[in-house]
Ligand binder design. Structure first.
Ligand code: NAD
Length: 296
């Protein structure tokens, strides 16, 4: 069993840290908003006051932060992980960030005598709460192997997809697929509503056929009720579609639907929906159809 520093105890990080603590590891959590560490403390973990406190004595340092600049700040800041970590610690970055930033950070970690893998996750808040995440892992084979016991605590599907940054590239593909699924589900719901078809029955039928999906199963209730508590914030999916368009452009890959989805997600942010769950793409479809939804 390891001592694990867990930095970033939000919607995803908090339940993941709790699962690791309950599995027998000693988890030392740190979050910028200290109250977010309450759940970990109630599960027997430690709430630390700084990154330096969290990484002291830790063999593993897990990160679950919003965006690339947050991970850069936590790793490279004057009081950050690289300045304070024990020699040979393994950094597991569960955050979704840019693949090029991830590769660069892994190199800097190695130069400092540490090891780093990228391990972004899919499965949503439900996947984090139920420890059933799918984890796409990039890094050196030995480093990935040494993380296996920890990854299997929070994930059901754990796949080593390549070298440093490769996990983030797969996650970008994941976010493209999920955004497309949500958008077409929202358009289908607008169509069904306009024809006064009972939504529960319609979605039951769709779920049993080729149109069925994890997105439909997890997001249908939000869309039926019109309540969009995150979940996964639109602002984060907007960040991810920026990664999709940038990584596609970097290799000359054409993703026309991806570009459209990026615009629709940006429109949701521009209309004030950045703090809502990404199922609130339905609200954008409603706006396109001349309806003004209530604030979410
Ligand atoms: P969140 O905003 O709920 O959690 C992030 C946490 O990091 C917050 O509690 C915040 O206070 C903390 N934080 C930010 N900067 C910090 C710093 N410098 N030091 C310490 N703590 C800091 O976000 P989330 O939904 O948990 O998402 C985290 C990551 O996981 C993102 O990259 C997101 O894209 C990805 N992700 C989210 C979901 C989901 O369904 N929510 C699913 C898969 C992947």
């Amino acid at each position: 069993m390891s001592t694990i520093a867990f930095i970033g105890l939000g919607i995803m990080g908090s339940p993941m840290a709790v699962h690791l603590q309950r599995a027998g590891h000693q988890v030392q959590g740190f979050n910028r908003t200290p109250a977010k560490a309450d759940r970990l403390r109630e599960a027997g973990g430690t709430a630390c006051q700084s990154i330096a406190d969290a990484v002291r004595g830790a063999q593993v340092i897990a990160l679950m932060l919003p965006d690339s600049p947050d991970v850069e700040e936590v790793l490279l800041g004057a009081d950050g992980v690289l300045a304070n970590a024990e020699p040979d610690s393994l950094i597991i970055d569960f955050s979704t960030i840019r693949p090029d930033v991830s590769r660069n950070l892994a190199q800097l970690a190695v130069a400092r005598g540490l090891r780093m893998i990228d391990a972004p996750v899919s499965g949503g808040q439900a996947g984090a709460e139920n420890a059933t995440l799918s984890i796409m892992v990039g890094g050196a084979t030995d480093d990935v192997a040494s993380a296996a016991d920890i990854l299997s605590v929070v994930g059901k599907t754990v796949v080593h997809v390549g070298g440093p940054g490769a996990g983030q590239t797969v996650k970008a593909a994941n976010q493209l697929i999920v955004a497309g699924n949500i958008q077409v589900l929202a358009e289908a719901i607008a169509l069904l509503k306009a024809h006064d078809v009972p939504l529960e029955q319609a979605l039951d039928a769709l779920a049993g056929g080729l149109a069925g999906s994890t997105v439909l199963t997890q997001k249908r209730e939000n869309m039926i009720r019109g309540t969009f508590e995150p979940g996964f914030r639109i602002a984060l999916h907007h960040k991810d579609l920026g990664i999709v368009t940038d990584t596609a452009r970097a290799m000359g890959v054409v993703t026309p639907v991806g570009s459209l989805l990026a615009s629709l997600m940006a429109s949701a942010v521009a209309n004030g929906d950045g703090g809502c769950d990404h199922s609130a793409l339905l609200r954008g479809v409603e706006r396109l159809n001349g309806r003004i939804p209530d604030p979410c």
